[in-house]
Design a protein. Structure first.
Length: 160
């Protein structure tokens, strides 16, 4: 009987060691995701300072919306603080741009060939977001504005 008890003890120890290894690997991977999320937030703050509003918004959004698969408590608080104001800035710039484009069409009879033609009519607080817009004139009375709210967020960060 002592052999059977020894075998069970060895089995229990082996299972415990395997479980500890698995837990350690999971913790290491999670810690890397938390670090990558913090780096994304740092980059987003830099992009925001340099006027890359859409890029910053998408980075904050990816972190806050679960793109890094980390717990809410581990998300840096400044990510949540910046997400909604940047969204509102982009939406306001979109509205300002549509007003400027409509005013241009009322004056000229068609939409402009390039978005830059209405830059002077955009308020200063909307210029950073306006610079990130893409514009396509689809005809004299039709257009497409891509605001940049959606798209790849942090392509600069390599997934490890």
């Amino acid at each position: 009987m002592p052999t059977l008890e020894s075998w069970w003890m060895v089995a229990v120890v082996a299972v415990a060691l395997i479980a500890a290894c698995v837990a350690s690997v999971r913790h290491t991977r999670y810690t890397r995701r938390v670090r990558r999320a913090a780096e994304a937030i740092r980059l987003a703050a830099d992009w925001e300072r340099h006027g890359e509003v859409q890029r910053a918004y998408r980075a904050y959004s990816e972190v806050c919306d679960g793109g890094f698969r980390i717990h809410c408590a581990d998300i840096p608080p400044n990510a949540w603080d910046r997400l909604l104001p940047l969204y509102r800035t982009i939406v306001a710039a979109h509205d300002d741009t549509l007003r400027a484009l409509d005013a241009y069409r009322d004056r000229v009879g068609r939409y402009p060939d390039h978005l830059e033609e209405v830059r002077a009519a955009i308020p200063d607080e909307s210029l950073a977001a306006f610079s990130g817009f893409e514009y396509e004139r689809k005809g004299d009375a039709d257009l497409l504005i891509i605001t940049g709210l959606y798209g790849a967020a942090v392509s600069d960060l390599r997934r490890r």
